[in-house]
Design a protein around this ligand. Structure first.
Ligand SMILES: [Zn+2]
Length: 297
């Protein structure tokens, strides 16, 4: 037994116990790695199966924005996303629309999450709260506040009704600023919020083309950028076509949709063999094994 072990047995046991959760996390190495790779910025793969080389960390606070849920260490993005978020927040501030609260972006090297997000894998997606905390407008939030204050829902997820007392007339103006930026590919919101904005917009609805109805998204909207120009390793999504407020919105209010939501839809026969998830792009191995970049932690 080493002299250290003789004198500090409890410390060693405590250290071993404390490292057990880390070992469990290592099942998903993308969640265990805490520092971006020292590589040129690259978004590799696609939004739901990819990774991120040379990520940049979003600053805690700046003109028109404040980060929330920083304890998760998910505020990394392609510098293309960081630049967009700074520009977008500045236009929100200049239009006197408040201070955005930015939640999850990507992990330090992107990649898949064990639970929660399907996308956010290559540093081009960000979640932003609909609600704004009054404290964040006046002073930096404390670390505790950043991880514990709550977002406010604008819609009831199950009933598909707007929560009228929570509705904020700044929301369509903020979303329009994002949607009219050429870098933005899609914005996801709850179907009820999309319908409300279509009602307000009337014929002036071209900007709503990129605003897509999706499950959840009653507390936050999700902004997805197109692939950065000249990033050949990034696979883009097809642009959204059709009427910006057309019939595809109706499905989200149909009996078929509510049957799925309430678990009363007829069960589909299970495939004999569950399909394997697609392999990650080969270049993601290099992202995982690259040395860490020198960032201030
Ligand atoms: Zn999201």
């Amino acid at each position: 037994m080493s002299p250290f072990a003789r004198f500090y047995p409890n410390l060693i046991i405590t250290t071993l116990l404390a490292s057990l959760p880390l070992l469990a996390l290592a099942k998903n190495p993308w969640e265990a790695v805490e520092i971006p790779s020292s590589q040129p910025p690259t978004s590799i793969g696609n939004y739901t199966n990819g990774c991120l080389g040379g990520a940049e960390q979003m600053p805690l606070r700046g003109e028109g924005f404040q980060l929330v849920r920083t304890g998760r260490n998910r505020h990394y993005g392609n510098p293309y996303l960081v630049d967009f978020l700074k520009d977008f927040s500045r236009s929100v501030a200049e239009a006197s629309l408040g201070r955005l609260q930015i939640g999850d972006m990507s992990m330090a090297r992107g990649g898949p999450f064990t639970s929660g997000h399907r996308s956010h894998q290559m540093g081009l997606d960000a979640d932003i709260w609909f609600s704004q905390d009054a404290r964040a407008a006046k002073r930096p939030l404390t670390p505790w506040e950043r991880d514990n204050i709550s977002a406010i829902p604008l819609a009831d997820e199950r009933q598909h009704e707007l929560i009228t007392e929570n509705w904020d007339p700044r929301v369509p103006k903020i979303l329009r600023l994002a949607s009219e930026d050429d870098r933005v590919a899609r914005i996801f919101v709850h179907p009820t919020i999309k319908r409300k904005m279509c009602d307000i917009a009337g014929d002036d609805n071209e900007w709503l083309r990129k605003v897509r109805p999706w499950w959840g998204h009653n507390y936050h909207f999700h902004v997805r950028l197109d692939c950065p120009p000249d990033d050949a390793s990034c696979t883009p999504q097809a642009p959204v076509r059709g009427n910006p407020c057309g019939k595809d919105l109706d499905w989200w209010f149909s009996n078929e949709f509510y049957a799925i939501l309430n678990g009363t839809a007829p069960k589909r026969p299970k495939p004999a063999k569950p399909s394997e998830p697609p392999p990650m792009p080969a270049r993601c191995e290099q992202v995982m094994s690259a040395p860490p970049s020198l960032i201030d932690k």
